[in-house]
Design a protein around this ligand. Structure first.
Ligand SMILES: *Cc1c(COP(=O)(O)O)cnc(C)c1O
Length: 457
């Protein structure tokens, strides 16, 4: 059979409100051309993020009813701990309310001023938590990982040569090394098993602990199965276990591959680091057997970790992004290639060659996709990463102008994707009519969330 079906059927539905193009033009103007300012009920298809937006299964909802809300030592905690250990093999499993809480605790206890933490690419919250502790976040992804249209099976790989040179020079100032799987900031690109193993070896040569940012570990494991020699006949669980076997710990946002709406964890083998982490956890998140989550959340998470490793699910998941990517590429639209696990990234600079970076082509495309199809994506370009020249105050553009369409897990069907593809292609047909934007108001930090725009003159 050529047709791939969603490997689930729907037992509960949430209505989405249809709006007309006229209504959306008005809503967009009222939202000052910033999709973050649009109410969710005015969105038809929400591709803002894959974080915490997935649909839980009937088994997860059932597990929630068995949640044990005991303050200490709840049954839910032990089920959660067992599920995480089954995959990662780590000794200490510490629940947190989401991924960034795990990061904050890890870097607070393990990092001091002047330290440096290498990774393939640090995610924004990881970088921010490292910098908050006055250390430096160093990105060492392979050069191929930065060329949007260049095909490479493992574009998330660490540049081992650069890592080796970096460690030779700075190993005394490196308390931890990391790797993000899949590499979210680099387009959701996978890291190969060989690269994980070699990264681990290089770090361990200097006695440096190796932590995995494991948010999309299952998607990464399935990419390994599809693309790396020697893994085709292995179970995804086995592949995941091997990935974690090279590491000393991990941070995890359960809002991604644990298929829950909130949650996360920090895991590690080192007893002292675990004790210090739990001490800080008690101070800011909660007792070590719930870490800021309800018992029922821990139960849903435990089931989610089991479900995410089902191969039918992963096949459908990765195929979804590839399918949209292929259709857009056929229509002449430039995207980051190959598609990663959780999103499609459209090159807005190529989409709108007549709109300069100073007029935010990515932000324009977000607005146009909303106008045309009620679709919400996010700009990853000069609005998010542009800087101001400290002397002249003029805008320094970002390296790339991208729009990310990230896919909630198990939430949309193929016809939602077909609709979105059609809307994107139609928007492309109308590209000449799109006008640039200018900022009318912005906050001092993280402006993309709240900035206001108007049409440029
Ligand atoms: C989402 C994410 C985080 C942070 O997790 P939150 O649950 O949003 O705090 C860290 N790293 C990566 C790679 C992520 O995708």
């Amino acid at each position: 059979m050529k047709t791939m079906i969603e490997p689930f059927k729907i037992k509960m539905v949430e209505s989405i409100r249809q709006t007309t193009e006229e209504e959306r033009i008005e809503i967009l103007e009222k939202a000052d051309y910033n999709p973050f300012r649009i109410k969710a009920e005015d969105i038809l298809i929400d591709f803002l993020t894959d974080s915490g937006t997935g649909a839980m299964s009937d088994r997860q909802w059932a597990a929630m009813m068995t949640g044990d809300e005991a303050y200490a030592g709840s049954k839910s905690f032990f089920r959660f701990e067992k599920a995480v250990q089954n995959i990662t093999g780590f000794k200490h499993i510490i629940p947190t309310h989401q991924g960034r809480a795990a990061e904050r605790i890890l870097f607070s206890v393990a990092v001091k001023e002047g330290d440096m933490i290498p990774s393939n690419t640090h995610f924004d919250t990881t970088r921010a938590n490292i910098e908050f502790n006055k250390a430096e976040a160093v990105d060492l992804v392979i050069p191929e990982g930065k060329i949007p249209t260049l095909e490479h099976p493992f574009k998330g790989n660490m540049d081992l040569k650069r890592l080796s040179g970096f460690l030779e020079k700075y190993h005394d100032n490196v308390p931890i090394g990391m790797i993000t799987i899949t590499n979210n900031s680099g387009g959701g690109q996978p890291v190969s098993m060989e690269n994980i193993r070699e990264t681990s070896k290089l770090l361990h040569k200097y006695g440096i602990p190796f932590f995995i940012d494991a948010c999309r570990f299952a998607e990464n494991a399935y990419f390994i199965k599809l693309r790396e020699k020697g893994y085709r006949d292995k179970k995804v669980l086995e592949i995941a276990r091997e990935m974690f076997s090279y590491a000393d710990g991990c941070t995890m946002s359960a809002k991604k591959d644990a298929m829950v709406n909130i949650g996360g964890f920090l895991a590690m083998n080192d007893d002292t680091l675990a004790m210090n982490s739990r001490n800080l956890l008690i101070l800011t998140e909660g007792f070590p057997s719930y870490g800021g989550l309800a018992g029922r959340d821990l139960d849903a998470l435990a089931v989610g970790l089991e479900e995410v490793l089902q191969e039918d699910y992963l096949k459908y998941r990765l195929r979804t992004a590839a399918y949209m990517g292929e259709r857009l590429t056929e229509a002449g639209i430039d995207i980051i290639r190959p598609t990663g696990g959780h999103a499609v990234y459209i090159d807005a600079k190529a989409f709108y060659p007549h709109i300069p970076a100073s007029q935010f082509p990515g932000q324009v495309l977000c607005g146009e996709l909303y106008r045309k199809g009620g679709i919400r994506g996010v700009e990853i370009g000069s609005v998010m990463f542009g800087k101001k020249d400290p002397e002249t105050g003029s805008e320094i553009p970002a390296e790339m102008e991208l729009v990310r369409l990230a896919f909630p897990r198990r939430a949309y069907t193929q016809s939602h994707f077909d609709f979105a593809i059609e809307a994107i292609i139609e928007t492309y047909g109308e590209r000449d009519r799109a006008k640039g934007l200018k900022i009318t108001w912005e906050p001092p930090f993280l402006r993309h969330f709240t900035a206001k725009f108007t049409l440029a003159d």
